[in-house]
Design a protein around this ligand. Structure first.
Ligand code: NAD
Length: 452
């Protein structure tokens, strides 16, 4: 998609106007307002849609109507929409994306492409039938540190990739947040293996430029819930005691402390649809896993070992890539330990907003080390490109999504249908493996596209 002039701005509808929609709304009313405009909201909760509408009206003026998702086709037709941005709950993606494609509209869809393999198939069938454009927003690719690792691997200096080890730790604030609302029910998002890990599987697929074939998974819900390790035989840690003596419940999300959260999920919005933003992470009935380990085999031989936990005391990740001529190691600390602000609440997602305080033993930061056989280790620079989430990576993603490029990206960061299917496919096969106890092949998922 080449850049457009002001006169031919593309007409966008935002489908699902919750928290994530904000990033796209800001882009279309700010940096990219010259190439796109929002002309409609498609959302079942008019209170949440009104939050975004009020902000857009204050920035660019005008009025944009709100449509219920049942009236998607009517909205697209009446408002002459060119492209939708789908930022709704994961298990609604398949229906909304395929209906939009069949109504003759291009689609930008947030990860994961869909919650299950069956739902993903609905999307690949609709793309095949209509030939329309589908863009996946894999923003992690655009983080300069992740791009730097891709450059190292693509340069060939560590040789042919033979194995990858990837350890992702979500902490007791951000990780816990997946157990407070819709993410806690696996039916809504395919569990963290699909909802969260699809980001990580996409990174590996893209870093090593290889196609995942077979997955063995193990894990379950071990920590959260009424029968998890925290609730069972519970003894508070010294840290927890110290916080409660200051009147802070570290497991509780105080929605009232953040005016934006109050607008989106407070009593007025909740009265419409019963969406409670801050349920207890120690409730009964939580079906999403919090502890996961996978082995993934790739075409051509590379093997990935992967671990995700959602209750670590710090947040970040470690990646090791072993090649035939050496090894690359990326270590990222997004928050070295959880600290609480003066109002008694913690930053929810430290990858977007710098957290309070700084851990002296494990300071926030990132380090990429390359070491070839028989040589000393070298640290490689990571060029952060500006402000905003993920070292300025989100800005780069939005530019690709809304403006496209005149020249191809040497890093190949723009993601399409097949990338979404390969990434979520590892999660779907992993979920199947959790059920069967056997390794599962992506080719048997019936995704409707040749992943190779
Ligand atoms: N790439 C990233 O880093 C990233 C980060 C956060 C969220 N996300 C993705 O963005 C999406 C939204 O997440 P969120 O955190 O904003 O959730 P949210 O709960 O804040 O917002 C979801 C919205 O979808 C609406 N909705 C429910 N059913 C719908 C339907 N049938 N049609 C249209 N809208 C419907 C809800 O009412 C809500 O307003 C998810 O797919 C999530 O995976 C991606």
């Amino acid at each position: 998609m080449p850049s457009s002039s002001t006169s031919d701005r593309r007409r966008y509808a935002i489908v699902g106007t919750g928290h994530r929609a904000g990033m796209f709304v800001n882009a279309l009313t700010g940096t990219h307002a010259d190439v796109g405009e929002i002309v409609a909201w498609i959302e079942p909760n008019p209170v949440r849609a009104a939050v975004h509408e009020a902000r857009v009206a204050a920035t660019v003026g005008g009025i944009r109507p709100v449509y219920h998702p049942d009236d998607l086709e009517k909205a697209l037709d009446e408002q002459r929409v060119d492209r939708v941005v789908v930022t709704s709950i994961d298990n609604t993606h398949a229906e909304l994306v395929s209906r939009a494609l069949r109504a003759g509209v291009d689609v930008v869809v947030e990860k994961p492409i869909a919650a299950t393999a069956t739902e993903a198939r609905q999307i690949s069938d609709a793309v095949a039938e209509t030939g329309r454009d589908l863009t996946m927003t894999f923003n992690y690719r655009y983080s300069p540190r992740n791009s730097a690792l891709r450059e190292v691997i693509a340069s060939g200096e560590i040789g042919r990739v033979l194995s990858v080890h990837f350890d992702w730790a979500l902490d007791t604030v951000h990780g816990a947040d997946y157990f407070r609302r819709w993410h806690r029910e696996k039916v809504n998002n395919g569990g963290l293996l699909v909802h969260k890990s699809s980001h990580h599987f996409d990174l590996v697929n893209w870093w090593i430029d290889a196609v995942p074939e077979r997955v063995f998974a193990s894990g379950g819900r071990r920590f959260y819930g009424d029968d998890g390790a925290h609730a069972q035989a519970y003894e508070p840690t010294d840290g927890e005691r110290a916080l409660s003596s200051q009147g802070v419940d570290p497991w509780f999300l105080d929605v009232d402390a953040d005016p934006y959260l109050v607008e989106l999920y407070g009593p007025e919005a909740q009265a419409v649809d019963g969406y409670v933003r801050n349920r207890s992470v120690f409730d009964a009935g939580i079906t999403t896993e919090d502890t996961l380990g996978l082995v993934v085999e790739y075409a051509g031989g590379p093997v990935l070992t992967y671990s995700l936990v959602a209750y670590a005391p710090w947040e970040g990740y470690r990646v090791v890539v072993n090649g035939s001529r050496g090894r690359a190691e990326l270590e990222v600390v997004e928050r070295g330990s959880v600290e609480f602000g003066s109002g008694g609440s913690a930053i929810l997602d430290p990858s977007f907003t710098a957290a309070f305080g700084e851990d002296t033993v494990r300071p926030t930061g990132e380090r990429l080390i390359v070491q070839r056989h028989w040589e000393r280790a070298e640290e490689r620079p990571i060029h952060n490109v500006g402000h905003g989430g993920h070292g300025g990576g989100d800005e780069l993603l939005l530019s690709d999504v809304f403006r496209g490029r005149d020249e191809p990206d040497p890093l190949g960061r723009a993601a399409r249908l097949v990338d979404g299917l390969r990434a979520s496919g590892v999660g779907y096969a992993g979920n199947r493996s959790l059920e069967t106890g056997e390794p599962e092949r992506l080719a048997d998922l019936g995704l409707g596209v040749d992943l190779g």
